[in-house]
Design a binder for this molecule. Sequence first.
Ligand SMILES: *Cc1c(COP(=O)(O)O)cnc(C)c1O
Length: 361
Amino acid sequence: MALKPQPGIMDVSPYVGGESKVEGVDRICRLASNENPLGASDAAKTAYRGIVDNLHRYPDGGSYLLRNGIAEAEGLVAEQIVCGAGSDELLALLIRSYVGIGDEIVYNEHGFLMYPIGAKTAGAVPVKAAEKDLRIDVDAMLGAVTDKTKIMFLANPNNPTGSYITEKELRYLRENLNEDVLLVIDAAYCEYVDSPDYISGAEMVEEFGNVVMTRTFSKIHGLASLRLGWAYCPPEVADVLNRVRGPFNVSLAAQAAGVAAIKDKAHIERSRELNARLLGWFCQQVTELGLETRMSVANFVLLDFKAAEKAAAALEFLKQRGILVRGMGAYGLPGFLRISIGTDEEMRAVVENLTVFVNGS
Ligand SMILES: *Cc1c(COP(=O)(O)O)cnc(C)c1O
């Protein structure tokens, strides 16, 4: 008798994160995982150090101080916030709670890989909705819904494309969605967006019973290693997640650092400004080199090499020079590379090396 995992699990290709090491190269620019190049805020680091004498204690299972800190900083209702070990955990818990064997989830063509992976682990079918010019097409998303659909996932702004849909499009999507389908808006990069027609979706959570917004401390807050995220939910959904999550799913270190990070508005602002300035500068530089970029509102940008071999050669060329960026084959975009926005020095290094790559000397 052989052990047999649940249906769907063996169909999953395990998620492969961005690379972090190159053999024989000491100084590495890590531009493959959209991390904050400034690191965490000093206040968060101090809070992290401050818990060392309580390592033997269980954390607060309800993440009370953290939820209240988030609610105050973002103007939200603390009772509707559920914290998790990264937003990845919350996305997985939503699937576990609402999606079963034979059900379907809908996601956008170049959406975050954790949505189809999560669906498959539940024995469900991930249904991909075509994008238009690397941007979510809300009509295609609605067209992909069937009576088996339980969750519609979208990242806004989207990773890896860097594009976003407007408040109008988001509301149109919700309005035309059956009330028994959950709309999950993954707003991991929302802090970087500076467009008047963009909303994170928090206000829609408060207006409707079938909208959830997820957020992360891994990106602008620079706490990816601690694994911390949160979901803003209608009260009924928060109640469900609080039943299925582990009782101590968020570590004490993550709670302490998270409270400090969300209050450190200066660090958030510094991170946002650095990103906006370097995103603009980098796109201009590579455009002058004759490379094509896609418009991005986040902390990364797609470079279009037009051919898979060319993109692979550029990836390897940069890697040999200590610069790690992300290949896009797994996202169905093999002719592209995704480059996270790093520090001034790092972005200058990328431009210098791409100049050599393009000019061939
Ligand atoms: C990085 C990222 C996240 C964050 O995941 P965590 O588990 O919170 O680190 C979520 N969604 C998208 C689209 C991302 O790119």
